[in-house]
Design a protein around this ligand. Structure first.
Ligand code: AP5
Length: 215
């Protein structure tokens, strides 16, 4: 099964993708997480991506397609992928279609999480993540048990540099201008597109997503 979790920044793609990947034993492939790992490790790729990410702009397609190909080749024995935050341009969508075709498989569906802009800004401005294990919290909606500390490993929680309000607003513009049109591309390619209202508690969204994918 190969699924794209689609939606604006803060829609809950990472939160839902992690839960559903575990439930259905799929590989969650998040290009944002891969880029942040490269930044933390200080690789050439990470340094190249940093200035785009901090400005809320998209990292060039050639870089993204290269890292996706690497993960897909390494995980080709697994039952399928949940793509999170990828593809974000029509070039990336076409690249993914080619890569799936090369291994004799295809995309099953695109699932869009719909959330209002004001909720997105609140979610992102309130997001905290663990610098060590990557666990994600939210000041307003999913606070840690002890303020500023990870429930899982006890390390300090930090705010992502691109979660500052002005950068969040730019990320939302970039989504509207460059990423939302990818849905038209999929419609033209005849891929099933499903919408789930994402402006509800995490469990409710997860229940709908699991029911949809199980069907
Ligand atoms: P990326 O890391 O992909 O960020 P994003 O798409 O902007 O997505 P987010 O992680 O911010 O949001 P999400 O939808 O995953 O929400 P989450 O579950 O975390 O990309 C970052 C940057 O990398 C890009 O700007 C770009 O520069 C670059 N990049 C990445 N991929 C690229 C690509 N393919 N091409 C080019 N450039 C690329 O939730 C957010 C918060 O809300 C959390 O605090 C969470 O706890 C909370 N929350 C989630 N769901 C709910 C709910 N139902 N109710 C209440 N709170 C909730």
């Amino acid at each position: 099964m190969n699924i794209i979790l689609f939606g604006p920044p803060g829609a809950g793609k990472g939160t839902q993708g992690e839960l559903v990947a575990e439930r259905l034993d799929l590989v969650r492939l998040s290009t944002g997480d891969l880029l942040r790992e490269a930044r933390t490790e200080g690789t050439e790729l990470g340094q190249k991506a940093q200035r785009y990410m901090d400005a809320g702009e998209l990292v060039p397609d050639s870089v993204i397609l290269g890292i996706v190909r690497e993960v897909m080749e390494a995980q080709s024995h697994r039952a399928g992928f949940i793509f999170d935050g990828f593809p974000r341009t029509e070039t990336q969508a076409a690249g993914l279609a080619d890569m799936l075709d090369e291994v004799g498989t295809a995309l099953d569906a695109v699932v869009v999480l719909d959330v209002a802009d004001e909720t997105l800004v609140r979610r992102l401005a309130g997001r905290l993540s663990c610098a060590k294990c990557g666990a994600v919290y939210n000041r307003h909606f999913e606070p840690p048990r002890e303020e500023g500390k990870c429930d899982v490993c006890g390390s300090a929680l930090v705010q992502r540099p691109d979660d500052r309000e002005e950068t969040v607003r730019r990320r939302l513009e970039v989504y509207r201008e460059q990423t939302a049109p990818v849905l038209d591309w999929y419609e033209g390619a005849g891929v099933a597109i499903h919408h789930i209202p994402g402006d509800r508690p995490i469990d409710a969204v997860q229940a709908d997503l699991t029911a949809l994918l199980s069907a």
